[in-house]
Structure formats: structure tokens, C-alpha cells
Ligand binder design. Structure first.
Ligand code: BES
Ligand code: MN
Ligand code: ZN
Length: 513
């Protein structure tokens, strides 16, 4: 992974392959953002004019590469758009800094070192630049796919997966200052774990099944001193996990339930995180039509986010207990698969009529929510690529938040906003509950089509232990980016919800659950 350093060097004196400067949209064309004054001086104070001539405007996402003027140690200046400058006296927003740093890091993929001279006004600003750069630098290559990285040279196009930018130096960041050091450590841990989730999501389903996912969790647990328990198909059968088994029984790769535990001696709260981990969702016997299954390796994004968030919390040593629960199964059609019309007896003892085997996420989550509830955590949050309906409602970049407690739903929304993730609160309208009544079981796994994302939430709510606080994040939209990269978000797996979960754990550690 990309290395991070903080430096108080002048952007003119720093040795790097490129120095990154910020450009804002001024009233009279582009303006050079604070932090890059020395670079501007090397251009005789005319950098904004040069950029204007080159057609730069300072809008978000814009990159302009130009040869350095004499007096600069770096051979290249990379000017990146920040959008509108903040109002006088206001600071640059964290998300604008993250995105600009991400765009620049992506543009520098294949290079050794980028020096970021963006408007860093305090430790939070340094954290944002570091986080955006480390997230934007991410690249994914299938293991064993051969070496096509072109180290030391910027890629001419986005097709070949070039090596990620090897080193990020955040200028204006005081390496010996406690707050700056903490900010850098947090950014490093957070980015490494978001990138872990992205790697898992991007791994094709023929290379990641429930057993190998569980093995990856075991290995990380050993590395970071976490408790880990894995229930295999035999243990699941013995425990009566009818939902997880019913979904997994059509696959040659049997299901797993993983419990990953982080505890801290000074913790006063316990958070349970539950992740949907369908390593491939074909739809099962209710097979998805062509056009809907090509990206379904991403259906374990919730479990990947939970896994990554627990490891991040451990790396940060937060004074809070966090238990991660990963519901891992592959949803396949076969002679042993659950049929539409079958009735499953769930871990809770409730029966569910499976009307559509493609509504499998709620089945594996139901068992896992019930199991997680047994430990009576202070709050439970599940994360899932659960419904296409949520994508229709909120689009590709915003996840939906549902909860059985309004204050907790607000807390989740705040955590997302503080983390820099787009999310929106959704209701759980009581009148939709009757649509999942079944004539032959306690519940059906499918109901009213309208508001399908809310119906799924209402189904999950039935499996949360009495009196417990629960929230549900439907990340079906933002988990996987099918279009081009933007900001610090790559094409493919995005690591959605990892930063929100870590932020929630930080709030819990500070007594703010
Ligand atoms: N994994 C899908 C949801 C999904 C859709 C994730 C698009 C990512 C992108 C889920 O298992 C599913 O198939 N849901 C069905 C539920 C329906 C059958 C009630 C859906 O949304 O169509
Ligand atoms: Mn499905
Ligand atoms: Zn699914």
C-alpha cells in the first residue's frame, strides 16, 4: 500500500515526481489555493494565468499537468480542482480536500512520490488530504493475472492497472505535532481498511467463497489479536441456522458464519456489526436475468465493510467493544437449492416462506441478527447490498439508513456525514408489514414491490432481539462503482460504509451512542 509521510518542506524544495497544488474557481478564472504559494512564486506569480491559458477552471475533478518552472525540485506540477473557494474566514471542507487529493493520486498512479501542497489549515485538513490520497491511489489487480504495472511512469490510459502511487507526502502537516501524527495514523488505518474491503469486493467469486473469506478473517484476526469463531455448515446445521443454510445449500461452496471480536478493557459500550456476505448472488432458482448478475460478486460488500471496520477499530485501539458478524453464503441454483415456495425454519424459530430465492440477503441476515442479539449489545447495525429498490430510490452514491429508533437513525446519518459518506434516512412504514404475511409460515421473504427497500428493512426488524437498538444500511447503490472512477472512488468495489462504521465506533467510544 501507498506510504504516507507528513512534511513541513516548502513545495518548491520537496523532492517528488510531482507537486500537487489546489485550484479554485475564482470570479475571474482559476485561482491558486493556499499552500502552493512557493510554487506560484516559481512561476513568477503567474501560475493562475498559466492554468487559465491551459483551460483550467478549478472545477471539482479537473486535473492539469504542467512542467515545473525553474526553482522547483519536482519536475511536474499537478493542478487539481477544488471547486468554489470557501467563504472568507471559512476552512476548506474535508470532503473537497479528500476528493481533490484522490483525483491527484489517481492521476499519479505509476509514479513513486507525490507531494501534496493543498490547503491544509490544521490536523483535520491534513487527515482529509491523506485519506483522499491514500484512497485515490488504490488499484486492484487479480492475483496471478501477470505483471502489467508500469512503475515509475504515469499510465497513458486507465486500462492497464498500473502500480499505485507509492508515496504520498502531505505538505503543511507537522510530523512531530501530536494532533497531526494522530491524524496521519488514523488516515493510514482507515484507508488501509477501506482498501481491504475494496480488494475483497473486487476479488472474483471463483477466488472468494465463504470458506476462503472466513480464512482471510482468521488470518487478520491472528495478526491483530482479535477473537474469531467460524461456524461451518455442520455447526450451522447443529445450531439451527435455517436461513443461512437455506441460502447456501444450492452451492458446492458451503456457508459460514464468522464472529470477529474486538474488546477494550476501558470500553463502556458494545457495538455489534452484521454484514451480508453473499460471495455470489445468482438469484438462486429465481435466477437473475442477464444484465443483472455480472457484478454480483459485490454482494458480500456488507461483510467486507464489517470485517474491515473491526480491524480498523482494533488498529486505532478505540475504547469500545465491537463484534463483527459475517453471514457468508453463495446463492446458486442447483438440485440441492432452496425452491421458491419452500419454508425455512430460522435460527430464531420463526418460519419463512421463500417466495423468491433472490431475496436471500434478508434470510442470512435474519439468522445473524438473532444470533448477534443474544449477546445484548448496546446497538446492532447491519450492512448489506440488500435491494435494487434502494438503488432506484437513492441512486448509485447514497446508501439508505433505516432503524427501529429515530435517534439512532440520526446518529448513523451523522456518523456517515462526519466520515464523508453520502447517506439518507429512510422510514419503516408500519403498513408495509402485512405485505410479508404468509398463509403457511410466520413470514414471507418478499412482499409489496413498491418501497421494496423498506419492506426488506421491515423483514429484518422482525429478527432483532426485543428491546435492542438496531440500524440497517442498504449499500446496494454505492458498494460497487460500475462507471468510471471519481474523486477518491475507484471503479469496482468502493469500500462503502467502512468509514461510517468506524466513525460510529468512535462516537460510541466517546459515549455518544
Ligand atoms: N443482491 C441483491 C440486491 C442488489 C441489487 C445489490 C443491485 C446490488 C445491486 C439482492 O439479493 C436482491 O436480489 N434483491 C432483490 C429482492 C427482491 C427479489 C425482493 C431485488 O432487489 O430485486
Ligand atoms: Mn438476491
Ligand atoms: Zn443479494
Amino acid at each position: 500500500m501507498t506510504a504516507l509521510t507528513l512534511s513541513t518542506s516548502s513545495p518548491a524544495a520537496v523532492r517528488a515526481d510531482a507537486v500537487v497544488v489546489g485550484v479554485t474557481k475564482g470570479a475571474k478564472g482559476p485561482a491558486v489555493a493556499p499552500g502552493a504559494e512557493a510554487v506560484d512564486q516559481a512561476f513568477g506569480g503567474k501560475l493562475a494565468a498559466v492554468l487559465d491559458t491551459l483551460g483550467a477552471t478549478g472545477s471539482e475533478g479537473e486535473v492539469t499537468k504542467l512542467p515545473a518552472a525553474s526553482g522547483l525540485k519536482a519536475p511536474v506540477v499537478l493542478a487539481v480542482g477544488l471547486g468554489d473557494a470557501p467563504a472568507k474566514g471559512e476552512r476548506y471542507g474535508a470532503e473537497a480536500l479528500r476528493r481533490a487529493a484522490g483525483v491527484a493520486a489517481r492521476a499519479l498512479s505509476g509514479s513513486k512520490k507525490g507531494a501534496f501542497a493543498l490547503p491544509v489549515q490544521d490536523a483535520d485538513g491534513a487527515a482529509a488530504v491523506a485519506e483522499g490520497a491514500l484512497l485515490g491511489a488504490y488499484t486492484f489487480k487479480v492475483a496471478g493475472a501477470g505483471k502489467n504495472g508500469r512503475r515509475g511512469k504515469a499510465a497513458a490510459d486507465g486500462k492497464a492497472a498500473s502500480a499505485p502511487l507509492a508515496e504520498v507526502t502531505v505538505l503543511g502537516g507537522k510530523p512531530r505535532d501530536k494532533a497531526f501524527k494522530a491524524a496521519a495514523d488514523r488516515a493510514t488505518a482507515l484507508a488501509a481498511e477501506v482498501n481491504r474491503a475494496r480488494d475483497l469486493v473486487n476479488t472474483p467469486s471463483n477466488a472468494l467463497n465463504p470458506a476462503s473469506f472466513a480464512a482471510a478473517v482468521r488470518q487478520a484476526a491472528d495478526e491483530h489479536g482479535l477473537a474469531v469463531e467460524v461456524l461451518d455448515e455442520k455447526a450451522l446445521a447443529k445450531g439451527g441456522y435455517g436461513g443461512i443454510l437455506g441460502v447456501g445449500q444450492g452451492s458446492d461452496a458451503p456457508p459460514r458464519l464468522v464472529r470477529l471480536g474486538y474488546t477494550h478493557p476501558a470500553a463502556t459500550a458494545t457495538l455489534a456489526l452484521v454484514g451480508k456476505g453473499i460471495t455470489y448472488d445468482s438469484g438462486g432458482i429465481s435466477l437473475k436475468p442477464p444484465g443483472h448478475n455480472e457484478t454480483m460478486k459485490c454482494d458480500m460488500s456488507g461483510a467486507a465493510a464489517v470485517f474491515a471496520a473491526v480491524v480498523a477499530v482494533a488498529k486505532l485501539g478505540l475504547p469500545v467493544n465491537v463484534t463483527g458478524w459475517l453471514a457468508l453464503a453463495e446463492n446458486m441454483p442447483s438440485g440441492s437449492a432452496t425452491r421458491p415456495g419452500d419454508v425455512l425454519t430460522m435460527y430464531s424459530g420463526k418460519t419463512v416462506e421463500v417466495l423468491n430465492t433472490d431475496a436471500e440477503g434478508r434470510l442470512v441476515l435474519a439468522d445473524t441478527l438473532t444470533r448477534a442479539s443474544e449477546e445484548k449489545p448496546d446497538a446492532i447495525v447491519d450492512v448489506a447490498t440488500l435491494t435494487g429498490a434502494m438503488v432506484l430510490a437513492l441512486g448509485n452514491r447514497t446508501f439508505g439508513i433505516m432503524a427501529n429508533d429515530e435517534a439512532f437513525r440520526t446518529a448513523l446519518h451523522e456518523a456517515a456525514a462526519e466520515a464523508g459518506e453520502q447517506a439518507w434516512p429512510m422510514p419503516l412504514p408500519a403498513e408495509l408489514r402485512k405485505s410479508i404475511d404468509s398463509p403457511i409460515a410466520d413470514l414471507a421473504n418478499m412482499g409489496e414491490r413498491m418501497g421494496g427497500g423498506l419492506v426488506a428493512g421491515i423483514f429484518l426488524k422482525e429478527f432483532v432481539g426485543e428491546g435492542l437498538t438496531w440500524g440497517h444500511l442498504d449499500i446496494a447503490g454505492p458498494a460497487f462503482n460500475e462507471s468510471g472512477p471519481f474523486g477518491y472512488t475507484p471503479k469496482g468495489g468502493t469500500g462503502a460504509a467502512v468509514r461510517t462504521l468506524v466513525r460510529l465506533a468512535e462516537r460510541a467510544a466517546a459515549g455518544g451512542l
